[in-house]
Write a protein that binds this ligand. Structure first.
Ligand code: HH2
Length: 290
């Protein structure tokens, strides 16, 4: 079932990108403390330059974050978040007016200002639980929203994550949050779901989710996967430096695509885009099955 799923047209969200293929979402953390690229793009000019480079490498969407959600991180104020993100949106759109920009925020105030500045979708790691006004902002803007599963909150989520059945619990949570969003007026066509790799999950939980991603795909919403450079990849490969985990990341991308995921949130755009191009060609090739 998952074999044909990826080979068929993958579900779209809000006509964000052209064509039926997988979409690479390039990560742009405008933060001093993100786990793998903290401080690299804190300066708006450096951030915009990196954004343009990721577009040139084949990113279909750019995901801008002004607050790190790495395990143990502290929140920043809304004002600080807006100050980090908005100038970068403006610079990117000056250079590339057609760029599709997502903002990684759970705050309705940040979302409102970012949408006014030209952002086209919201990436909410709290799945609309973090700010009671977020659902109506997304509804009014009629923009796509990514609903992410997270157990606990970033400060403490990796201390002792616990599930009876992680795949079922994550799938049920995402189904409930999608229902909540739809009841609040968000168009079902604007919902993207994400099992939240590393968000309150240990190695075993992440592996179970990646192995059984088709259960999440079968909810019927486009699925985003965000495994890029995460700690569990380092645990498997023994690559301690996060930015050197590109090969392990590519494996997660191809496996998730094979099971029907549509969006791949990654730091290393070119490596993942090329791997997806090859995976797509193989899965779509017109050959007889033996
Ligand atoms: N992971 C991170 C942040 N935002 N959004 C979605 N939808 N899915 C994810 O898996 C996800 C996410 C954490 O990674 P990163 O942005 O690289 O680091 P940090 O939170 O430290 O800025």
């Amino acid at each position: 079932m998952s074999r044909t799923r990826a080979a068929r047209n993958t579900p779209r969200a809000g006509n964000l990108t052209q064509g039926p293929g997988p979409v690479v979402v390039g990560i742009l953390n405008v933060t001093p403390d993100s786990f793998s690229d903290g401080g690299d793009f804190f300066d708006p000019e450096a951030a915009a330059e990196h954004a343009v480079a990721m577009l040139d490498e084949g990113a279909g969407i750019l995901d801008l974050g002004g607050e790190s959600t790495r395990p143990g991180s502290d929140p920043v104020s809304q004002e600080e978040e807006i100050q980090r993100v908005v100038p970068v949106i403006e610079r990117i759109l000056t250079e590339r007016p057609g760029a599709v920009i997502s903002v990684d925020t759970y705050r309705a105030g940040t979302a409102t200002v970012a949408l006014e500045a030209g952002a086209r979708l919201m990436n909410d790691v709290t799945a609309l639980r973090g700010d009671p006004r977020m659902a109506s902002v997304v509804k009014e803007a009629a923009c796509p929203v990514i609903l992410v599963h997270m157990q606990g909150e970033p400060k403490t989520m990796q201390e002792e994550p616990h599930y009876e059945d992680v795949v079922r619990e994550v799938r049920d949570f995402l189904a409930q949050r999608a229902e909540y969003a739809i009841a609040a007026g968000v168009g079902p066509e604007n919902i993207i779901v994400d099992p939240g790799i590393g968000f309150g999950k240990n190695l075993e939980h992440n592996l179970a989710l990646l192995q059984n991603l088709d259960y999440v795909v079968n909810l019927g919403f486009p699925v985003l996967i965000g495994a890029s450079r995460k700690r569990f990849i380092g645990e498997i490969t023994e690559v301690k430096v996060a930015r050197e985990r590109v090969f392990g990341t590519v494996a997660t991308t191809v496996l998730a695509y094979r099971q029907g995921a549509t969006f791949f949130r990654v730091h290393d755009v070119r490596a993942n885009r090329e791997a997806l191009a090859v995976a797509e060609a193989v899965l779509r090739a017109r050959t007889f099955r033996r």
